[in-house]
Design a protein around this ligand. Structure first.
Ligand code: SAH
Length: 196
């Protein structure tokens, strides 16, 4: 597990915006993630009407799926294009408003009110702005965070969850010398030290 070659790598917000602009979004999947279907019961743990957070959400189709089940979804994504594509691809009417606490940020909310997507950097969020969550679906999120920002990301996520919450995390396992990432290889030992 030599991750030396990835440690220093930085992908800027501008580069992410460019990926969306160029349609270079191989990470986006039209089908629901099989692991979310498999572990849905673990996420819900018998509860209904949860507040579920999607960090670095892109236009993940699972947001619509969970919202249709009666949960309330909050996502954060730097690309406004991704956020708008999400609503238009699911034919969901939405409104757009500024976020007073974060300069330049906008919040896009489905008219029905159950999906709220913040267009800003995740590092601008705090529980005083978005509240706390009962569940987290972290796919393409921790593994997309720059290695130098992982600690900050994990501390923020710990702050954003309720005591009795469930956090589903998807990682990828491969030889980090053969691919520069993202997605980055995050060893299990590091996940344990990040989240405790
Ligand atoms: N979770 C999604 C998208 C994964 S790709 C899915 O499963 O499809 C990672 C996404 O994070 C990209 O859409 C990128 O634009 C966004 N992103 C990268 N850095 C971010 C940051 N600091 N804050 C919010 N979004 C970010």
């Amino acid at each position: 597990s030599d991750v030396g070659s990835q440690k220093e790598r930085v992908v800027t917000e501008e580069e992410w915006l460019q990926k969306w602009e160029m349609g270079n979004i191989g990470f986006h999947k039209e089908q629901r993630h099989p692991l979310l279907q498999k572990y849905l019961d673990v996420l819900l743990n018998g509860r209904s009407g949860l507040r579920i957070f999607f960090p670095l959400c892109g236009k993940a189709v699972e947001m619509k799926w969970l919202a249709d089940m009666g949960h309330s979804i909050v996502g954060v994504e730097v690309s406004e294009q991704a956020v708008k594509d999400f609503f238009s691809e699911h034919s969901l009417p939405y409104c757009e408003e500024p976020v007073p606490e974060i300069s330049g940020a906008k919040m896009f909310q489905s008219t029905s009110g159950n999906i709220s997507l913040y267009c800003c950097s995740i590092y601008d969020l705090s529980s005083s702005i978005v509240g706390k969550f009962d569940g987290v679906w972290d796919r393409g999120a921790l593994v997309a965070v720059n290695p130098c920002d992982r600690q900050r990301y994990a501390s923020l996520m710990i702050n954003l969850v309720e005591k009795n919450s469930s956090y589903l995390l998807v990682t990828v396992s491969y030889d980090p010398n053969k691919h520069k990432g993202p997605p980055f290889y995050v060893p299990e030992s590091e996940i344990k030290s990040l989240f405790g």
